[in-house]
Design a protein around this ligand. Structure first.
Ligand code: ADP
Ligand code: MG
Length: 618
C-alpha cells in the first residue's frame, strides 16, 4: 500500500471547489445568495461570455469589515453560523462558509467592500487562492465581487464547460430564480452589456413576476394560498388554460430558497388531475414557509434540495393551495360547498365535479399524499417518478413514446380474427387488385374491402409509420410549413439553448428555430404535418430527448424520429377525408407498411371464410 498522506491545502481546496463551483451559474448563485444574506435592497449581476471570463455582483448590503476580509476567503469561514445547534435552524441562504474559498481557488477575484458608516473600504485581489494584494480603498457602501477567468487553473474542469451561450443561459436561469424569490430586492441582470432582467423591488409579488416572466405568464396566474399550524403556502399557479408543454415554469421556494422537489411538483400536479390532459403541465411560483427547524437544508452540496420533517404537511399545503385556487376560478366556493352538481368555468372548461371535489377534499384528504409516499418508498427514485407520472397522466391515449409497453400488441386474441404479425402479404400491383374503402369506424379504424377479406387499418399507426420511414430515409426534403407569424415558445433557458445548439438537426426535421430573448425561441417553420398548436410540446419532447444524448447518436435520433412521426400522424379520434383514407389504405395494402414504429400492427384481416364460419354459412 502506498503511504497515506494528508492532502496539501491547495489540493484539498481544489477538490472542495469542485463540489460547490461547477460552472459559472453556481458562482453566480453563491454570490447572489451572499448579497441577499447581506441584507441588500439592490443587487446587480453582470456577466460576459457566459460568465466564463467575467462575473460581477454588486450589492448595497452590510459589507465586510476590513479585519474580516481575509477570513471570509478561508474555507469554513462564515459569519452565519456559530455552533452545531444553529445548523438545525438556518435562516440565511449560506451557512457552510465554503463558497468564497471555493470560487477563489479556481479564478481571479477582485473584492471591494465597505461597511455602512465606515470611513473607507477595502480592496483585495486573490488569484487561485493566493492573496495578491489588500489595501484600503474608497468605494461605495456594500460589496462588489468580480470573478474573472473561471477555472483558468483547472484545465480538466474547463473542458466540461458548454458553449458560452449555454453557460450564459444557465446563469440567467439562476438569476431568474433568485430574483423571483425576493420581490423586496431590486435585481438587475446584465449579460454582455444588455439588461436582461430588472425587477422593481417593490415587495409586490405580481410586479416581480411580471418583470421576470412577462405579461403572458403573469396574466395566466391565479393567486393560491393555504396555511395550517406547520406550513403556509402563498403564491400563484397557472390557470388550466395556461398550461404548458413542460415544467420549466414551476418555481418552488422553501423559506426563500429555490429548490427542486418531486414532492412539491407532484402535490401541485395532483391538484390539476382532472383538468389537464397528459403532456400538459401547470406553472407556478409558490413560496412555502415553515419553521426553519422543519427543513434540513444541508442535504445537497449546492443546496438545491431540502428534506422536510413532515412531508405530508408540505404536500397537503401545496395541494390544497392549488386546488383552492382552481376551484375559486371555476366558481366553487371552498366553504359552504353544496351539491348542485357539475361545475364548469366561465370559459367552458370543466374544472372540478362535485364528486371529484368531495372525494379529494372531504373524505380522504391525505390519500393523494399516500400515493406519493408509496411511490417514493419503492427502491429507486426513477420508478417512483415514473409511477407518479403514470398516476398523473392516466390517459389511455397518452403517447408516451418511451414506454414500449403502451404499444405492445394486445395479448387477448378472440377467435382467430387476428392474423399473425407479418401476415399482411405484399401485393403486387400487376394484379391490379381493387381496394374499396368502406369507411371509417370510431374515427380511428379504416375499414377496407380487399380481395376476399375485410381489413381494419389503424389510421394513426399507419400514418406514423409513413412519417417515420420518410424521416429515417433522410433523402427527402423535409416538408416544412412557413408560419405567417412565428410561434414564440417560452420554454426556459436550458431548453432554448439546447435547441439553438441543434438548429441544423432541427432543420432536417422541418423546424427553423431562432433565438428570441433569454428563455424563448421563435419558430418560423414547422414540419408540414405537425399541428401548429403542438409546436411547443413537440419541441419540449425533443429537448428531453436531446438531453439524453446528442442529435448525433443514432439511437437518440431514432427516438426523435419516432416522436415527430407520432405527433405528425393523424391523431386517432380525428375524422379524415375520403381521399386521405384511400391513400393510407393503398399504402398499407401494397405491403409497404405493416407495423408502426413502435411495433404495433397497422392492420388486421377478417377473411370471408372467418365471417362465413361465424355466421354458420360454412
Ligand atoms: P457563507 O455564505 O456560507 O457564510 P461564503 O464563503 O459564501 O460563506 O462567505 C463567507 C462570509 O463572507 C460570509 O459568512 C459573510 O460574512 C461574508 N460575505 C460574503 N459575501 C458577502 C457580501 N456580499 N456582503 C457581506 N458579507 C459577505
Ligand atoms: Mg455564501
Amino acid at each position: 500500500m502506498p503511504k497515506i498522506l494528508e492532502l496539501e491545502q491547495h489540493v484539498a481546496d481544489l477538490i472542495a471547489a469542485g463540489e460547490v463551483v461547477q460552472r459559472p451559474s453556481s458562482v453566480v448563485k453563491e454570490l447572489i445568495e451572499n448579497s441577499i444574506d447581506s441584507g441588500a435592497g439592490v443587487i446587480t449581476i453582470e456577466i460576459a461570455s457566459g460568465g466564463m471570463t467575467y462575473i460581477r455582483v454588486t450589492d448595497n448590503g452590510c459589507g465586510i469589515a476590513a479585519s474580516d476580509v481575509k477570513t471570509a476567503f478561508l474555507r469554513h469561514a462564515t459569519s452565519k453560523l456559530k455552533n452545531a445547534r444553529e445548523l438545525e435552524a438556518i435562516g440565511t441562504l449560506g451557512f457552510r462558509g465554503e463558497a468564497l474559498a471555493a470560487i477563489a481557488a479556481v479564478s481571479r477575484i477582485e473584492l471591494l467592500t465597505r461597511e455602512p458608516g465606515a470611513n473607507e473600504g477595502v480592496s483585495l485581489r486573490i488569484e487561485a487562492g493566493e492573496i495578491l494584494d489588500i489595501y484600503p480603498a474608497g468605494c461605495p457602501e456594500g460589496t462588489t465581487i468580480i470573478v474573472r477567468d473561471l477555472f483558468f487553473n483547472t484545465p480538466a474542469r474547463l473542458k466540461f464547460m458548454k458553449t458560452d451561450r449555454a453557460e450564459g443561459s444557465n446563469v440567467a436561469s439562476v438569476v431568474l430564480k433568485c430574483a423571483l424569490s425576493r420581490s423586496d430586492i431590486s435585481m438587475r441582470f446584465i449579460k454582455d452589456g444588455k439588461t436582461e432582467y430588472h425587477t422593481p423591488g417593490d415587495s409586490r409579488m405580481e410586479s416581480n413576476i411580471y418583470s421576470l416572466l412577462g405579461r403572458d405568464i403573469e396574466a395566466g396566474f391565479l393567486p393560491a394560498k393555504s396555511s395550517d399550524e406547520v406550513v403556509s403556502v402563498k403564491g400563484f399557479i397557472s390557470s388550466p388554460v395556461a398550461a404548458r408543454g413542460n415544467r420549466s415554469y414551476q418555481f418552488f421556494f422553501v423559506n426563500g430558497r429555490t429548490i427542486r422537489s418531486l414532492l412539491l411538483q407532484s402535490a401541485l400536479e395532483q391538484a390539476y388531475k382532472n383538468t389537464l390532459p397528459s403532456g400538459r403541465f401547470p406553472s407556478c411560483v409558490l413560496f412555502i414557509t415553515t419553521k426553519y427547524s422543519n427543513v434540513d437544508v444541508n442535504v445537497h452540496p449546492a443546496k438545491a434540495e431540502v428534506k422536510f420533517v413532515s412531508e405530508k404537511h408540505v404536500f397537503d399545503g401545496v395541494y390544497y393551495a392549488a386546488l383552492g385556487a382552481l376551484n375559486a376560478e371555476s366558481g366553487v366556493k371552498s366553504e359552504g360547498y353544496n351539491d348542485t352538481g357539475n361545475v364548469s368555468s366561465s370559459g367552458g372548461i370543466r374544472y372540478v365535479q362535485t364528486e371529484e371535489y368531495k372525494n379529494a377534499f372531504v373524505s380522504e384528504p391525505s390519500g393523494q399524499y399516500k400515493d406519493y409516499d408509496r411511490a417514493k418508498s419503492t427502491k429507486n427514485n426513477y420508478s417512483a417518478k415514473s409511477y407518479l407520472i403514470n398516476k398523473l397522466n392516466p390517459e389511455p391515449y397518452a403517447m408516451n413514446t418511451s414506454d414500449p409497453a403502451l404499444y405492445a400488441p394486445d395479448p387477448i386474441k378472440p377467435y382467430n380474427l387476428y392474423p399473425e404479425k407479418d401476415s399482411i402479404s405484399p401485393i403486387s400491383y400487376t394484379q391490379a387488385p381493387k381496394i374499396r374503402v368502406i369507411g371509417e369506424a370510431l374515427n380511428v379504424y379504416i375499414i377496407t374491402e380487399y380481395m376476399e377479406s375485410v381489413w381494419f387499418i389503424d389510421k394513426h399507426a399507419a400514418h406514423e409509420r409513413i412519417h417515420y420511414d420518410a424521416l429515417r430515409s433522410g433523402d427527402h426534403e423535409p416538408m416544412s410549413e412557413a408560419l405567417i407569424t412565428p410561434v414564440i415558445c417560452r420554454i426556459g433557458h436550458d431548453d432554448a439553448s439546447l435547441l439553438l445548439e441543434n438548429t441544423g438537426f432541427l432543420e432536417n426535421l422541418g423546424f427553423s428555430v431562432e433565438s428570441f430573448g433569454e428563455d424563448s425561441v421563435a419558430i418560423r417553420n414547422i414540419p408540414a404535418d405537425i399541428d401548429i398548436s403542438d409546436t411547443e410540446s413537440v419541441l419540449s419532447d425533443l429537448c428531453s430527448q436531446l438531453k439524453h444524448g446528442g442529435a448525433a447518436e443514432p439511437a437518440q435520433q431514432d427516438k426523435i424520429f419516432k416522436t415527430i412521426a407520432c405527433k405528425a400522424a393523424i391523431k386517432a379520434g380525428r375524422a379524415s377525408g375520403r381521399a386521405e383514407l384511400e391513400a393510407l389504405a393503398e399504402r398499407v395494402m401494397s405491403g409497404e407498411i405493416s407495423h408502426c414504429p413502435h411495433g404495433r400492427n397497422v392492420a388486421f384481416e377478417v377473411s370471408k371464410v372467418t365471417l362465413d364460419k361465424g355466421f354458420g354459412r360454412i
